[in-house]
Every structure is written in structure tokens, then in C-alpha cells.
Design a protein. Structure first.
Length: 320
């Protein structure tokens, strides 16, 4: 289904609403429609940025600044997303559809679990979360430890047994394009029909010390000092690897010339018109983007569901 967009004006602010059968009122206020969906069209004008200076003190911000750090996908609470010290992956699955979908890699994959679960519930997916913190799904030394590779082999053994139709992977670890291609060859040999790689996300650099300490902490400081959060906590300067995620270049290189599909959600995060500058905004559509300095808030990830579903459709994830 092709998404169309409608422009509405409220309080002098233009908002782009994705028309996917959801009313503009719901899209503007609910976690499934706020935030990222406001930017899905890419037509927002830079003038919108002048309203950002009220965001740090805006009670409508979600999640609350003080609790944003704990705004996690539910697979953290269930333990299906493993901590770094875990030696074995989860064996649980969610959903009862006929299409098995494995989620592998590190927290860059795990942060997309909730929108993927929402999409999967309607698309007949059975999700198998097999992620572990700071653990890329690779079998080569670059960017991984011996523990990482042992964990990846255990995940691969499950994949070889279950033969899922789709594997979705991402990572922020400094892996090589060759390592990603090697993992892809192993997945194809295991009978996986579709491998989808999701880009690493923009994040603050050390040269951006206020944002680097964590976006919620920076927003709390901006609120206390009554500073413009748009500029005070902006991050990911254009032209640097932080603009498109540390590992994204290797992913793009790995996918080229293969049957892997590549998805980037970064245009929603760092679209320069959001601030009228060449940095990413800390808050979009009253939704805090990052829960620390490296991960999306679960609320923002959920708000990106319509755009993620559109990208998955274009990648052929629903036609297997």
C-alpha cells in the first residue's frame, strides 16, 4: 500500500501526517503516529525549526526526559535481548504466522523490535529475537571477539534448524563489509530466502560534548538553563560518519552486488530541514529521538513503524 501525505497546520506549525488509514488526530498524538511519521514525506520546511526552542520545557514531550533512558523494547525486560555476558541466545518466538523472521546482531537490531512486531502481527510473521548487546552477527575477527563469534554460531545453528524465510540484521560494531558478506553466504547456505540489513543510526560524536553525554541528560540541562534544545543538543554533523552511523558505509559496500536488501531509516532522524542546519534534532514531533547517545527511544522507533513498513515492502519482505 502506497503512503500519501497531507499537510495540516496547527498552532502555526505545519505538520506532515502519513495517511495510512489513521486519523490525523491519532497520528499527531499517539506513539504509533507521532515523531518520525511527521517527517516521513521529507517535505518539512526549515521554518519549523524555530519552534524547537520550546521542546525541552514542553510537557507534551514523550517519553518524559527523566525516564527516556529506560524507554526500551520489551525484549529487554523479557530477557530475549541478551546482555553482553550471556553465552546462549533466546529460544523463544513471538507470533503465530507462517513466516519465520530471525532478528540477529546487537542492540541496533533490537531497537527495531517493537515496530517489527507490530508489522509482523499483521503480516503473518513469527519473530525470533536473537540479539545480544555489542555482538555483531559475523564470523570474522574484525569488529568481533571470540565470544561474539561463538554466540553467532549458536544463533546460526538455530537458523539452520528452523530455516526462516527472513533474517534481519544490524550492528554498530566496527565490522568489515567482508564480514557481513561472509555472514550472508552462511545464511543463504542455511536456506534463508531474504536477508535485510538495517543501517546503523546517527549518533553524537565526541566533538559534540553536550549531546555525547546522552540526549536526555542534555535536554534536562537545556530545560534547566532555558536554552534552545534545537541547537544545544543537536548531533551528528553532516559529512561525518556520525551523520549516517558508524557501520553504515560497510553495510552499503557489503550489500552491493548481492541479493541482500539494505534499509536506512536515517533520513527520518537526520533530515537537515528539521533544524534548518546540518545536524540531527534531539526531538522530533515531541518525541525524544535517542534514549542515550547511541540508541533510539522505543517511542521513536514505534513512531517510525509506517516508514519502516514502507521500506520493508520495497525490500520485498512481504512477497516471499
Amino acid at each position: 500500500m502506497r503512503m500519501t501525505f497531507r499537510s495540516i497546520v496547527t498552532g502555526g506549525v505545519a505538520i506532515m501526517i502519513a495517511m495510512t488509514g489513521v486519523s490525523p488526530t491519532v497520528a499527531a498524538s499517539s506513539p504509533s503516529g507521532a515523531g518520525a511519521v511527521a517527517w516521513a514525506s521529507g517535505k518539512m520546511k526549515p521554518g519549523f525549526g524555530r519552534h524547537y526552542n520550546r521542546w525541552a520545557a514542553n510537557p507534551a514531550i514523550t517519553p518524559a526526559i527523566g525516564s527516556a533512558r529506560d524507554d526500551l523494547p520489551r525484549i529487554y525486560r523479557s530477557g530475549d535481548h541478551r546482555v553482553r555476558s550471556a553465552t546462549s541466545p533466546s529460544t523463544r518466538s513471538y507470533g503465530s504466522g507462517p513466516t519465520d523472521v530471525y532478528l540477529v546482531g546487537d542492540s541496533m537490531t533490537a531497537q527495531w523490535y517493537e515496530p517489527l512486531a507490530s508489522i509482523g502481527a499483521r503480516r503473518g510473521w513469527r519473530l525470533h529475537p536473537r540479539t545480544r548487546s555489542a555482538t555483531p552477527f559475523v564470523f570474522t575477527p574484525m569488529g568481533s571477539t571470540l565470544s561474539d563469534r561463538r554466540y553467532a554460531r549458536k544463533v546460526l545453528a538455530q537458523i539452520e534448524r528452523d530455516k526462516p524465510e527472513i533474517v534481519i540484521m544490524s550492528t554498530a560494531s566496527p565490522v568489515s563489509s567482508g564480514g557481513i558478506r561472509d555472514a550472508y553466504r552462511r545464511l543463504k547456505a542455511a536456506g534463508v530466502k531474504k536477508v535485510i540489513v538495517i543501517a546503523d543510526i546517527p549518533k553524537p560524536a565526541k566533538s559534540e560534548p553536550r549531546a555525547y553525554q546522552g540526549i536526555p541528560r542534555c535536554l534536562a540541562t537545556a530545560r534547566r538553563l532555558q536554552r534552545d534544545a534545537r541547537t544545544y543538543c543537536a548531533f551528528g554533523r553532516r559529512g561525518t560518519k556520525d551523520w549516517d552511523g558508524d557501520t553504515t558505509a560497510a553495510m552499503r559496500e557489503a550489500v552491493a552486488g548481492t541479493q541482500m536488501s539494505f534499509i536506512s531509516m536515517n533520513r527520518l532522524i537526520n533530515y537537515p530541514a528539521a533544524t534548518g542546519r546540518t545536524t540531527s534534532p534531539p526531538v522530533i514531533g515531541n518525541v525524544i529521538v535517542l534514549r542515550d547517545r547511541t540508541h533510539l527511544t522505543n517511542t521513536f522507533a514505534r513512531s517510525a513503524r509506517p516508514h519502516l513498513e514502507y521500506k520493508l515492502r520495497r525490500a520485498g519482505a512481504f512477497s516471499i
